[in-house]
Design a binder for this molecule. Structure first.
Ligand SMILES: NC(=O)c1ccc[n+]([C@@H]2O[C@H](COP(=O)([O-])OP(=O)(O)OC[C@H]3O[C@@H](n4cnc5c(N)ncnc54)[C@H](O)[C@@H]3O)[C@@H](O)[C@H]2O)c1
Length: 285
């Protein structure tokens, strides 16, 4: 099966990045969110990214226009009726994803592949919300999507070989490097990464060092391009907490227990860069 049209559900930081690389790869792309304001916000970020590429000489104005010509925005989920591949990138919450996958299963044509960009939730459980579990797969892009090379591909228990192969090929066409792993809570990436981020948040909670020091120690000492506190703010503290909770319940192991400070930041609505405040303050940026 040839993928021609990709429908991206969610225009947040991951959704707009996925829609951008999809349109750049030549796919007819539709980006969806629940309100016009949210969808416009996502499209504007894509436009700004493309403009920056043109200004830097990485892309011509004609290419930019062609990419934007392939991109459509909608607040109507029914517009997924002719999609070949749906990539879901909404909030990291199983019940909300379940509702969306049930609807997508009704709306999309029988051949359509339903992929999820979930950071941690079981692909098998999401697949079981549909009548086509063989066509459901994890397509885990990294943040920021236009920059990061990896797509972690996760097969559910029922995902077919054909679907895996198509998604692998599509990822390559988007300029990414697909690497598969099994369907376990947090997959490979977040099982390693979030434990480190959570440990940094425990250190912050205990007053071991301020965030700047924790980040500098990891950057200068371990050669990390970004410290764990800055990275948590980039990911979104709500997403970090959701992932840790999935792993905490999924493995039943106290090593994934989220730092109380992380919970408090989320309760305060300090979610990181996307809200202008998280562990650090971004109000002047
Ligand atoms: N942030 C990261 O670094 C990162 C990396 C990889 C994967 N992910 C995963 O990607 C997904 C999205 O994360 P994000 O960082 O883009 O979040 P975000 O908060 O930036 O965006 C989420 C978007 O989903 C929309 N949304 C919420 N409920 C919806 C619904 N019912 N239907 C349609 N849209 C809905 C919201 O309006 C919002 O625009 C999550 O599953 C997350 O775990 C995030």
């Amino acid at each position: 099966m040839e993928i021609k049209k990709i429908f991206v559900v969610g225009a947040g930081q991951m959704g707009n990045g996925i829609a951008q690389v999809s349109a750049q790869a030549g796919y007819d792309t539709v980006i969806y969110d629940i309100t016009q304001e949210l969808v416009d916000k996502g499209v504007n970020i894509i436009k700004k990214n493309l403009e920056r590429n043109v200004a830097k000489g990485k892309m011509s104005a004609d290419e930019q226009a062609a990419i934007l010509g392939r991109l459509k925005a909608t607040t109507t989920l029914e517009d997924a009726a002719d999609a070949d591949l749906v990539i879901e990138a909404i909030i990291e919450n199983f019940d909300i994803k379940k509702e969306v996958f049930e609807k997508l299963d009704q709306i999309t044509p029988p051949h359509a592949i339903l992929a999820t960009n979930t950071s941690s939730l079981p692909i098998t459980q999401i697949a079981a919300c549909t009548k086509r579990p063989e066509k459901v797969i994890g397509m885990h892009f990294m943040n920021p999507v236009p920059v990061m090379k990896l797509v972690e591909i996760i097969r559910g228990l029922a995902t077919s070989d054909e679907v895996y192969q198509i998604v692998e090929e599509t990822s390559i066409k988007m300029g990414k490097v697909p690497v598969w792993c099994k369907d376990v809570p947090g997959f490979v990436s977040n099982r390693v990464l979030q434990v480190m981020i959570n440990e940094a948040l425990w250190e912050l909670y205990e007053g071991v060092a301020p965030a700047e020091n924790i980040d500098n120690i990891m950057k200068l000492g371990m050669n990390h391009p970004m410290g764990p506190c800055a990275l948590a703010d980039l990911i979104g503290l709500d997403t970090v907490l959701a992932i840790l909770n999935v792993m905490y319940t999924g493995y039943g192991d106290p090593k994934y227990r989220p730092s109380p400070l992380l919970k408090q930041y989320v309760q305060a609505g300090w979610l990181g860069r996307k809200t202008g405040k998280g562990i650090y303050d971004y109000s002047n940026q």
